[in-house]
Design a protein around this ligand. Structure first.
Ligand SMILES: O=C(O)[C@@H](O)C(=O)COP(=O)(O)O
Ligand SMILES: [Zn+2]
Length: 210
């Protein structure tokens, strides 16, 4: 894909998140690793529904702005994930309703906030680690994510939202969709006796993914 196509794809996917109610107002940010380890990031304060491909921020790995508008205040955690995980080529951060509701619950399992009850969740995401609450934009989020960058694809920021990675932007976006749907199902099933997948069933799915 050319750089222009990557920019257009980001604008389209962001719009799709916005139109489906996965982000409202100016919430959320997306990024993609371009060639030469440059990173394309949504500008701070921008609505995911109204991005302009020409104004997207392009950064180097040190966080210097090479072109475009001022980047998302979360660019530090985006860079941290790219620096630590060479297989991570795109990142989606959303305040989608069900995942954000989940992020506000006390006593979540910090290693996995959604225990598997459907195969596709295991196949796409596997587990959902919880990052303790820090003010949006704070360097502590970047530190926490950087420590876990090689241990998973999805991270729930307590009292805030979700961070999902992928091998490319479509992959990250599909992972985010699957995660939001799984969180929704978990709330729908609240109070009912869920049959969780067994450890063997989860292992079987993980092995087939390798
Ligand atoms: O929650 C926040 O404030 C940020 O994490 C966010 O979602 C939007 O910030 P910008 O990307 O700087 O607009
Ligand atoms: Zn946020």
């Amino acid at each position: 894909m050319t750089e222009l196509e990557q920019k257009q794809q980001l604008v389209e996917l962001a719009k799709s998140f916005y139109q489906r109610g996965y982000s409202v107002g100016g919430a959320g940010n997306l990024s993609v690793r371009l060639d030469d380890n440059r990173i394309l990031v949504t500008p701070t304060g921008s609505s995911l529904g109204r991005l302009d491909a020409d104004r997207l921020s392009v950064l180097d790995m040190q966080g210097n702005v090479l072109s475009g508008d001022k980047p998302s205040k979360e660019y530090v955690f985006h860079l941290a994930l790219y620096q630590q995980n060479p297989k991570c080529n795109a990142i989606v951060h959303l305040h989608s309703t069900y995942l954000t509701a989940l992020s506000c619950l006390d006593d979540l399992d910090q290693d996995n906030a959604i225990k598997a009850f459907t195969p596709y969740y295991v196949m796409r995401v596997g587990k959902l680690q919880v990052i303790p609450y820090y003010r949006p934009g704070s360097p502590e989020i970047a530190r926490e994510l950087s420590e876990r960058a090689l241990t998973g694809k999805a991270f729930l920021l307590a009292n805030h939202g979700i961070v999902v990675t992928g091998s490319d932007l479509l992959d990250a976006a599909d992972n985010a969709d699957e995660l939001e749907e799984t969180a929704k199902l978990q709330f729908i099933l609240q109070g009912q006796k869920i049959r969780y997948l067994t450890d063997d069933e989860v292992k079987d799915l993980e092995n087939r993914g390798k």
